[in-house]
Design a protein around this ligand. Structure first.
Ligand code: ZN
Length: 249
């Protein structure tokens, strides 16, 4: 019964994350709002089609089911709905279940990691679509990591500082040698803040897995897109590695 509840909560939170992931970049002016869309904040008005602005009926707002019921396109303007939406909902649901098995519903760690993971998914979605990581979301990661490690907060902050300085050094050297930016400041901060979750000797694993995941994705995309020298968002790979390492280490 608990698992079913956790699974449903994951789907509902995933759906809310889709809505926030669409609205936040508009509020932050990462993209221009199309004139069809109503004025909005994070939670108001009710969900609408991102293309024609028509309000979505409650039944089509049901996570995953709504997507399938509309056969993946808007009922009014027939514009395709991105697969990112049901995918986010399913990922959230799976992560909620994984956290439930790791910590149980009664542990504060369940909730602290839940907020961390939701933030990581939101960061990934925004980075994937806009190649930007909002600074305040990174700060929230730092705050969250400090709460998780509140017993060893000074050590955590020290590890974060060491990782930050090391990555800053690498990215400056890269910039001098290649005269272009290799690792954005958003990525540097995200890796540094997440590194506070791990023991010092395991932090290189976070960097290694993020890089391997990013390179693997890049190689696959060169075949799919059949072109080279395009930019990829690194945030999702850092998030993925951080989450994965939390479960296996
Ligand atoms: Zn529409």
């Amino acid at each position: 019964m608990d698992i079913l509840l956790v699974m449903l909560l994951g789907l509902i939170f995933g759906s809310s994350l889709n809505s926030i992931g669409f609205r936040l970049p508009l509020i932050l002016n990462y993209e221009r709002k199309s004139p069809h869309l109503p004025s909005l904040n994070l939670f108001w008005p009710r969900s609408f089609c991102s293309s024609c602005g028509k309000q979505i009926s409650w039944i089509n707002l049901i996570p995953v089911y709504g997507f399938l019921r509309q056969r993946g396109s808007c009922n009014f303007c027939k514009k395709k709905i991105t697969l990112e939406y049901p995918f986010t909902e399913i990922i959230c649901s799976l992560l909620f279940i994984a956290l439930y098995f790791k910590f149980g519903l009664l542990s504060i760690n369940f909730y602290l990691h839940l907020i961390l993971f939701l933030n990581l998914i939101l960061i990934s979605k925004i980075d994937l679509n806009f190649f930007k990581i909002p600074f305040f979301l990174n700060l929230l990661i730092l705050f969250n990591v400090c709460l998780i490690n509140s017993d060893t907060i000074f050590q955590t902050l020290l590890f974060i500082l060491i990782t930050f300085l090391a990555l800053l050094f690498v990215s400056i050297v890269f910039k001098i040698l290649r005269s272009r930016e290799g690792l954005g400041m958003g990525d540097v901060l995200l890796i540094s803040f997440l590194s506070g979750l791990f023991e010092l000797e395991k932090i290189p694993l976070l960097i290694l897995f993020s890089s391997v995941s990013g390179i693997f994705f890049y190689v696959v995309m060169t075949y799919i897109k059949n072109k080279r020298n395009f930019e990829i968002a690194f945030g999702p790979h850092i998030a993925l590695s951080g989450i994965w390492l939390l479960f296996i280490l």
